[in-house]
Design a protein around this ligand. Sequence first.
Ligand code: MN
Length: 305
Amino acid sequence: MATITCVLTTKEIEELRLKFNGGDFKKTPPYAQYQVKGIDCVITAYNSKKVVFQGDNAEAYASNYTKTTKSSQTKVNIKNTKSTSNNTNLDKTFPMGGSDEVGTGDYFGPVCVCAAIVDEDNYKELVELGVNDSKVVNDKLILKIAPILMKKLKYSLLILDNNKYNKIHESNNLNKIKALLHNKAYINLSDKVDKMPTLCIVDQFAAKDLYYRYLNTESNIYTDLHFETKAESKYIAVAAASIIARYAFLTCMDNLSDKYGCTFPKGANSAVDSFAQHFIDEHSYQELNNVAKLHFKNTEYLKIK
Ligand code: MN
C-alpha cells in the first residue's frame, strides 16, 4: 500500500477529475473537492489543492503529477508500506478473452477496438506491470506497457480511420459500428489461436440481445460472449485489450498531429470546437472528414466559409 501526496494546480485537479469522468465518485469527505476510486487506488482532492493517492496502485496514478516541473509546485511525499496487492476484485478464470474500444468519445481520431487473451502464465506479470483499465491508467504508462502486452499476448486490433468511419456512419449508428468491430476482432483472434477461451468478455456498450441484433447482417458471428459493464475493472483480459486499443489510438493521434503539424486535442469539449474551427480555416471542411467524427455535435458549431 502506498500513499502519495501532491500539491497540484487547480487545472491539474480538474484534469484529474475529467479523467475519471463517469467513474466511481465517492461521497465527498469534508474539506475535499472530490474523491474517486480507481483500481487499487483512491484519489482525494482537497480544497487546499493537496491531492492524496492511496492504494497499491497509487504510484502509477500519481506518476503523471509527481514528475511535473518545479513551477507547478508539486511536493511529493511517498510513504511505501509493504505491498499487499492481491487484486481480489479481479476474476481469475484463465485463459480469458476480453475486448474494449477506444476513441468513440473523441471528436478527433479513429475508433480502435482490441480483443485479447490472457493466460494464467501472463496474469501475474500483467498485474505487476499495472495493467488496469486504460481509462484510469495514464497515457505515459500506456505507452510503456502496451508494447509489452502486444509482445506477450495474442490479440486482434482494428483501427477504423475517420474517413471510413464517416462513410459507415452514414448508414449505421455508433453502437452498430462498435458491434461490427468487436465481432470482427473476435473472429480475427479466433483465427490466430487453436482454441478460444470459454470466457470472453465484452465491455458492455449494448445489452447482449441488441449486440447480436446489430450483427444480423453478418455471415460470420462470434457467439458465446459474456457482456458486462465496467468489465475493464473486473477482467484483466478486458483491461489488457483496452490498453492496447488506447495505445493504438494515441499512436494514431500522434501520427495525425505529425501530419498536420499541430496537436489534436482529445475528447469533445469546447477546446475541441475551437481547434476544429482553426483546422478548417487552415485546411478545409473536406479535410475534416479525414480527421474527425463528423456526426458529433461539435461539427454543428463550425463556421464553414
Ligand atoms: Mn469500454
